[in-house]
Design a protein around this ligand. Structure first.
Ligand code: AHR
Length: 327
């Protein structure tokens, strides 16, 4: 597995000024004296994928281990539900709010409400596009642009021997989400080195298996020649594999597949030759997140950006990693 260079630690040189978020003494009971359990309100995107299930489990288990009371809310992939949850956490005067924003835009108002209530906010997994950096203390998660680039770089190498046009169909993640935006742009950047790499169709599959299958069925009907499928996550790739097989074609051979996440089910498909390359996106963020919220609450300085350590997998590497894969 090739480790992404310098991915483990701090990317941003800037250090979060927690005072700007009202941390260290504001918020709920833990700020008012010793002996109180830290209370964290966490708004999760939903349960759309295997990755998300693993991420939720990691966060819940780590909170328990760290002695943190976690108020967990599932937004079912809807921004309005996340905004409601954040407002409810503010009302409940939690110590810290953490959330994984379903989409990038439209958060300034509610984040300002948290700031005015002196409740620090930590972003995890996905970013927001707010210009005002004082609205959150830190962002812990993957570099999605880099993930898209890794997928594109693999494709360019795979077709290094030359030949004609390479027709690519793309299954995008949830419209407006950071991973969909960034994985698309990172990939586009990598493949633009040669005009023969053509994205002939691109549509959202909302990060789910069912939608991935449905959209792939439509691609198979509308496109006369598909060489490669690029899926923004494994669940959509797995749905697409079903569609390809039902259409009487061989995934991984007739249509090459490159995907993102690195979940167990995808590794199984890879070991059967159905996915050709997988870029890892690590969902096990729980321990790091709990450390971060503790520091933020204590008023310690924390990095504004913490990137997760991740790798890439060929089918052989996936088959070797499969027996010990945790998610
Ligand atoms: O934000 C991370 C992405 O969200 C994962 O790649 C995907 O599987 C999930 O739904």
């Amino acid at each position: 597995m090739s480790k992404r260079a310098a991915a483990a630690l701090v990317a941003g040189a800037m250090v979060g000024v927690l005072a700007a978020c009202g941390s260290g003494g504001g918020g709920g009971p833990a700020g008012k004296g010793s002996g109180h359990k830290l209370v964290v309100g966490f708004s999760q995107v939903g349960a759309e994928s295997g990755w998300r299930t693993a991420n939720t489990k990691s966060i819940q288990e780590s909170a328990k281990k760290a002695g943190i009371e976690l108020k967990f809310s599932d937004a079912q992939q809807k921004q309005e539900n996340q905004i409601k949850a954040i407002r409810s956490f503010i009302q409940q005067k939690v110590d810290v709010i953490a959330f994984s924003p379903v989409v990038e835009s439209g958060w300034d108002t509610v984040l300002k409400e948290a700031k005015d209530a002196h409740i620090p906010v930590v972003l995890t997994d996905r970013a927001v596009d707010s210009k005002d950096e004082s609205l959150y203390a830190s962002f812990l998660g993957s570099d999605f642009v880099e993930e898209g680039k890794e997928a594109g770089d693999w494709l360019v190498k795979e077709y290094a021997a030359g030949g004609g046009d390479v027709n690519i169909v793309q299954l995008e993640g949830t419209t407006g989400s950071a991973p969909a935006n960034d994985r698309k742009s990172g990939f586009a950047d990598a493949i633009k080195v040669q005009p023969r790499f053509k994205v002939v169709a691109s549509q959202t599959g909302d990060f789910t298996r069912a939608k991935g299958k449905e959209v792939m069925q439509a691609f198979l009907k509308s496109q006369s020649k598909i060489d490669v499928l690029y899926a923004h996550n494994d669940d959509m790739a797995l749905g697409a594999i079903q569609a390809i097989e039902e259409a009487g074609r061989k995934p991984g051979t007739d249509i090459k597949i490159v995907s993102v996440d690195g979940v167990k089910d995808a590794f199984t498909a890879m070991s059967q030759g159905k996915i050709n390359f997988d870029v890892e996106c690590n969902p096990l963020l729980g321990d790091q997140l709990m450390d971060l919220v503790k520091k933020v609450k204590a008023g310690e300085q924390v990095p504004r950006r913490i990137k997760t350590e991740e790798g890439t997998f060929t089918p052989e590497q996936a088959a070797a990693a499969l027996p010990n894969r945790q998610y």
